[in-house]
Design a protein around this ligand. Sequence first.
Ligand code: ARG
Length: 458
Amino acid sequence: KKSQAWSALFSEPMSELVKRYTASVDFDKRLWRADIQGSLAHAGMLAAQGIIGAQDLADIQRGMAQISAEIEGGQFEWKLDLEDVHLNIEARLTQLVGDAGKRLHTGRSRNDQVATDVRLWLRGEIDALAELLVDMQRALVGVAEKNTATVMPGFTHLQVAQPVSFAHHLLAYVEMFARDAERLADVRKRLNRLPLGAAALAGTSYPLDREAVARALGFDAVCENSLDAVSDRDFAMEFLAWASITMVHVSRMAEEIVLWMSQNFGFIDLADRYCTGSSIMPQKRNPDVAELARGKSGRVIGHLMGLITLMKGQPLAYNKDNQEDKEPLFDTVDTLAGTLRIMAEMVAGITVKPAAMKAAAQRGYATATDLADYLVKKGLPFRDAHEVVAHAVKLGLQKGVDLSELSLDELKALHPLVGDDAPEVLTLVGSLNARNVRGGTAPAQAAAQVARHRARLG
Ligand code: ARG
């Protein structure tokens, strides 16, 4: 009995090792829905074009309905002998409906079939991921909204720099995720073209209506070059690049959550349900979720490296190498979906500890720039003002107090331009309110950002 789709030519069966080495059904069965959807669109067009009969189409539709039910119900028997998802489904179809099943592959190759399946499948996943990105942004905006006036130290070099509002800090991540959403929409645009009709590599001699298939499957257009259609995986590379960038954003946020939760910061707390304990240290509550999210960014970046390396030496058109595009894609989709979902939920539930944030800002002379700016506004050149304030910080360090805790006399002794209104600019709130330029950290600006995002995210 013939077991492979091509075995008439072969004088001996494929070696067991080769069979196992080349089979992909264990993982690519995940594409079954897209595979059936693509086959039905192809069959519908073949019938409309008079290439197969109306009865063939009806048989194919009936067979595919049963196969879908079998797969969904877990009764479908996936066979390694049949290599991949495509041959498994086609073989079962033929078993169920006979000759009509054998006619399905007219004008088609697995090369354009698999390219179509992966695009169809990934498009659905992209739409789900886009929703998760919206949820993530909403979660951040929700916490920001309540913290426009919560002062924390802003850092450069991880050294206290200037006061910022916690809202402003969170909204920086919203900007990143908003760009990630834009990039994802852009990936989708280029992905959404139909390879089917390219056949193995050269197109086909059957009078296919590719535009009709594209419309039926929701593609914006057809791939214009058959060689490109079957061998292009840039859509997958772009998607993994998107995923890597997004995971880098998640990872930076996760890193901050880990830092903020540390006793040495104490800026936030996470609900117990998002923490894990230690099997030896009874006092521990660890931010494992954030750490894992940070760690999983490495895995996704690895998939990007794997795929672009996979593509770089391939001559046109299809090569079996391309079978290796699937596992990185699958794992990336799963990793992104799992990570975005849990991080959004966790972020929405953080407990903010404003007193600790404020104390940290005070310890770090975060308003030193404000005092310099004050002197500049009184007429002192900035470089001189910088020098004067350095002396003020030195004095504060000697006395072990913040700038705002220096007496008016001590301040005045620094420079004749220091007036009675100086202490005001040294407060954290004064510093925050002063930065009321578009995109600045003033609470009014943060509130405006929140409103803008709310309107955008709905
Ligand atoms: N399982 C194959 C893949 O994922 C399907 C295409 C196989 N085509 C071929 N000519 N061997 O790429």
